[in-house]
Design a protein around this ligand. Structure first.
Ligand code: ADP
Length: 352
């Protein structure tokens, strides 16, 4: 038998679990044929593939059926394929492929301004010349569509090669993909467990981001399943913690920090952004009123050995901007300067 005939024959043998023939699925590492000898090496991804023995038997049978004189002259070696990459490699790749830095934005509790910071930081980074995307994974209250004024956007799907990819929304130069595009706000609370995780997975792997410098992920508050899913599915390069002065001393913030530092997760914390740090009345622009206390974020940063990336005061236009779909950071004003400063620090800490 010729080598080609052997390969053709191997192509007719299908692995029952994958439903694909063993040649196409890369299980045939070597197949050599000479006039009186055939040696084949099969490499299975699983160490003890339960179908290995039956596949080997089929190969022996089919070759000897075709050419009985080869009986006893066929060697089939079965071994375990060298692991290609740890974890589910092919999936993990595509989303992060063309993204230089994936940054998770977290908070201990809801309502501290995490989403507002995410949106404005994204716009500020864009103004500094970076290409930025926002992945809104806050399944309990996806607010990025409103922040960017793209509510009701339905991501169109395009086929690219074998894959169906979704096109993100775009506003203020930022690409936006939100779990809110797929669920009615009233349904968000019942989205738990596998349903939410699957939807997130799809958003992570099937969004056509293109080349990005930064992908900012608006995480749900606290620590939980969704966080773990994201941290496992995507290669996250760094985390930012958002906190208000009152929250900063609370255990939730520390738990958030610990989540990123946990063994096997080990995501560097780029720093903390203190939101609602002080209030300045319009008629007294020089005055800062530290309504919720002062110095807490600095103290936490020092204690945990992290950087204070920025402080954002309470500003009415920040809230209005979020409600109207016009992030304040897109304007030229004192308000936007706080976000630009935090963006510069973020870029610097990320090495971009
Ligand atoms: P989270 O994502 O942490 O739940 P949000 O970003 O939704 O919090 O913010 C909660 C509320 O606080 C929103 O109404 C938002 O407009 C408002 N807000 C956030 N940051 C500021 C700020 N610096 N000044 C004034 N209002 C703010």
């Amino acid at each position: 038998m010729t080598q080609q005939q052997v390969t053709e024959l191997l192509r007719t043998i299908v692995h029952p679990e994958t439903g694909t023939d063993i040649v196409s699925s890369g299980m045939v590492e070597r197949a050599e044929a000479s006039s009186d000898k055939i040696s084949i090496t099969l490499a299975f991804p699983k160490g003890r593939d339960p179908f290995a023995a039956s596949i080997k038997r089929q190969i022996l049978e089919q070759i000897t059926n075709r050419d009985p004189s080869l009986e006893g002259k066929i060697t089939v070696i079965v071994k375990e394929a060298a692991p290609k990459k740890p974890s589910p490699a092919p999936e993990k790749k595509n989303a992060a492929d063309q993204i230089k830095r994936v940054i998770a934005i977290a908070s201990g509790k809801g309502g501290v301004g995490k989403s507002t910071v995410t949106a404005n930081l994204a716009v500020a980074l864009t103004r500094l010349g970076y290409k930025v995307g926002v992945l809104d994974a806050d399944i309990y209250g996806p607010s990025q569509p409103q922040m960017f004024g793209v509510e009701g956007y339905m991501p169109p799907a395009v086929k690219e090669g074998e894959e169906e990819l979704m096109i993100p929304a775009e506003a203020y130069g930022v690409e936006i993909m939100s779990i809110g595009f797929f669920i009615a706000p009233t349904d968000a609370l019942i989205w738990r467990g596998p349903m939410a995780t699957n939807a997130l997975r799809q958003m992570i792997h099937q969004t056509r981001w293109g080349a990005l410098d930064f992908l900012l992920i608006d995480l749900p508050p606290g620590t939980g399943d969704v966080h773990l899913t994201i941290l496992q599915e995507l290669k996250v390069n760094g985390a930012i913690i958002v906190s208000t002065p009152q929250q900063v001393a609370l255990a939730d913030v520390v738990r958030g920090i610990q989540m990123f530092r946990a063994p096997k997760i080990e995501i560097p914390i780029l720093g903390i952004i203190e939101n609602m740090a002080w209030f300045t009345p319009a008629e007294l622009p020089e005055n800062r009123y530290y309504l919720f206390g002062k110095g807490g974020a600095q103290a936490l940063a020092a204690r945990e050995g992290i950087t204070l990336l920025g402080q954002i005061p309470i500003i009415q236009s920040v809230m209005e901007g979020s409600e109207n779909g016009q992030p304040v950071a897109s304007e030229d004003s004192l308000s936007s300067s706080y976000y630009l400063e935090a963006a510069r620090e973020t870029a610097q800490k990320s090495g971009l």
